[in-house]
Write a protein that binds this ligand. Sequence first.
Ligand code: NAP
Length: 485
Amino acid sequence: MIERGHWIGGEWVAPVEGAYLDNPNPATNQVFSRVARGTSADVNRAVEAAKSAFPAWSKTTVEYRAALCEAIADRIAARAEEFAALESQDQGKPVSLASRIDIPRAETNFRFFAGAARHSRSDCFPMPTALNYTWRRPVGVVGLITPWNLPLYLLTWKVAPALVMGNTIVAKPSELTPMTASLLADVMAEVGVPPGVFNLVHGLGREAGQAMVEHPDIQAISFTGGTSTGATIAATAAPKFKKLSLELGGKNPTVVFADCDFEKAVAGTAKAGFTNQGEVCLCGSRILVERPIFESFVTALVERVKAIQIGDPSAPETGMGALVSQDHRAKVESYIALAKEEGGTIHCGGKRPELLAPFDQGAFLEPTVITGLSHDCRVVQEEIFGPVVTVHPFDSVEKALALANGVRYGLAASVWTQDLTKAHRFSEALQTGMVWVNTWLERDLRVPFGGVKESGVGREGGRYSLEFFSEVSNICIELGGPLGE
Ligand code: NAP
C-alpha cells in the first residue's frame, strides 16, 4: 500500500487533520494507495512555503529555470516506465497509451516551455521622443487545479510554464488520480528544485481546491476541469481579482462531408470518439455525417469500434481500459439508459464487457455508438465524457453548421472534407477554440489551446501560457531631443 502526504516546502508532510483518502485502481476496484485529505490548514502551509520561496526563485535567471525544467524532463524520461505504469494503475487507461502519449507529453511540456521561455522576447514601441518596452515579471504564488483524465500530462502543461516564468506553485491534482503528481514531486527533489517552489496538496476539490481558490495570497488560478466547477471557481476568484484561466468541458462535433477520404475519416472519427475511453475533453462525441454516406459510414464506424480490445490496462494489446471510477461509469451508463428512453438505437456497446477476475470488478464499459437521437435531447447536448458517441445525418452545409454550433460548449471540432475552400470557410464559422481538418488531436505546443462559450476563458500553449504566468508592465523612457542637442 502506497501512502502519500502533501509535498510542502521540499518534504513530505502528513495532513494537519490526519485524514487520508483511499485510492482504488479503477480496473480492479482494489485500493492500492492512500493520499492525504487536505484542508485549508494544509493549503495555508503550502502557500506559506511558496511565499517564502518566491523572492529568491523569482530572481533566478530564465536560463537557470529552463535548465531545471530540462533536468525534470530528463528524469521523467528516465523513469518513464514507472510513471506510465502508475498512471495506468491510477486512471484505468491502457499502459500502452500512457507510455505513448501521457508520459512523453509530460516530458515534452518541460522541454518545450524551457525553449519557449528562452526564446521569448518583449515588445518595443518607439516614439519620436520616448521608447516604450514591455517587461514581464512572475505573478507570484499560483494555484494549479487539474482533472483526472490526463493527470500528469495536464498538470505539467501548467507546472512547466509557471516554473519557468519564475512563479512558485501550489498544485492540487484530482483526488481520483493523485499518484503521478506525487512522483513528479520526487523528481523535483531529485533535480534540486528549491524547497517551496513546487508544493503539492492532495484532497477533495470542495475542500483543498476551494481553499486554494479562496486563499488571498494565491494570485492566479489555472484550472482545467468541468464547466460547473469552473463556474464555482470563477464566482469565488473573480471578486478577489485573481488572474484566472479556465479550461472546461466540451461536446465536440466531428463533421464528416460526403467528399471526405472515407477510410481516413472513419479511422479519425473512431480515434476522436474513443481515445482514453472517451475521457478527453477534445473527444468528438457528436458525429455529424452528410446524408449520402451516412449508412455506410455508421456501418464502417461500428465495425471499427467493435474491434477495440477492452480489458487489462497493463496488457500491450489493450486498446481501451477502465473508466476512472465506478461513480463515473454509473454516470455514463445513465446517459445510455436515457438514450434508449429518448428513442436511440444502440449499434454496439451500451453494456459492461464480460471480463475475468480481477477485472470483473473494474469500471469497464464497452464503446458505444448510438443513432436516431434528436439533436436537442440531453444525451446529445450534455458532456458525457466516456466511450459514447451519437451519430446524426445532415443534408446541407448550413444544417451541419447549425448542428455543430448548437450546444453551449465550444472547445474543439474536427472537419473531414477534401474541399479546401469548404474546409476553410466551415472552420471559420465554427464556434470553437480549435478546429482540426482531416486530423484530430495533432498538437503543436505553440498554438493557442482553449475554448469559447462554456468551454472556458483564456488560452494555454506557447506564449499564451507564458503570458498568463507573468504580469506585463510597460516602461516608457523619455529620450530628450536629437543626438547632440
Ligand atoms: P472537475 O470535477 O471539475 O474537477 C477538476 C479539478 O477541480 C479536480 O482536481 C477537482 O478536485 C477540483 N475541484 C472540484 N471542485 C472544486 C472547487 N469547488 N474548487 C476548486 N477545485 C475544485 O473535473 P473532472 O471530473 O476532474 O474532469 C473532467 C472534466 O474536465 C470534463 O468536463 C472535461 O471536459 C474537463 N477537461 C477539460 C480540459 C480542457 O482543456 N478544456 C481538459 C481535460 C478535462 P476533485 O477531483 O478532488 O473533486
